[in-house]
Design a binder for this molecule. Structure first.
Ligand code: SF4
Ligand code: SF4
Length: 170
């Protein structure tokens, strides 16, 4: 999409994002997929401290170049794992997220998937992650337009962060 076609959308009352994907894009998470839970998850500072309410940070997280992530770990099963047999520390055997299922909470980075957040000239831009286009089973499978439901993907905490970009990976 060219910059001329970017749309500004208001979310959470008065916060604006620049949308860089096709407004007709639809998404509905497919339960059996779990592809995005095969990875280590970027933890913003606020998430890091909230996670401490639910888990041992020393067991569940790892730091790389000053950034905190949820660990990946080998899982003793064939389902819901990446090709190397690993997945997110919190991905349960049944394919559900332990944090979401048991505490009704998950890190902001998990909410944004399959979108990607970047910052240009002080504005939050939202696009679809390249890898999500390839691996996320939830794109184009429902009539739920992403652009109409942006608040579900973009937690308010993003506007409180010095750097809300989601590109950092473990
Ligand atoms: S990759 Fe997409 S469809 Fe699969 S679990 Fe993640 S958000 Fe859902
Ligand atoms: S914290 Fe939960 S939602 Fe996020 S990647 Fe891990 S299992 Fe998936």
């Amino acid at each position: 999409m060219s910059s001329e076609q970017h749309r500004r959308v208001t979310v959470h009352g008065d916060k604006e994002v620049v949308v860089e994907f096709d407004p007709e894009l639809t998404f509905e998470c497919v339960d059996e997929c779990t592809w995005c839970c095969h990875h280590g998850v970027l933890l913003y500072e606020q998430d890091f401290f909230k996670l401490a309410n639910h888990a041992s940070l020393s067991d569940a997280t790892v730091q790389r170049k000053g950034t905190d992530f949820i660990k990946r770990e080998p899982k003793d099963r064939d389902e819901h794992v990446d090709v190397d047999g690993q997945a997110c520390y919190f991905l349960r055997e049944d394919g559900l997220c332990e944090l979401h299922a048991e505490h009704d909470w998950k890190p902001a980075r998990c909410s944004t998937f399959p979108l990607e957040v970047s910052v240009e000239d002080g504005e939050i831009h939202v696009s679809v992650r390249d890898k999500a286009r390839e691996y996320c089973d939830g794109l184009h499978v429902s009539d739920r337009r992403v652009i109409d439901n942006l608040e579900a993907f973009l937690p308010e905490v993003l506007w409180e962060l010095d750097d809300p970009t989601t590109r950092k990976e473990l």
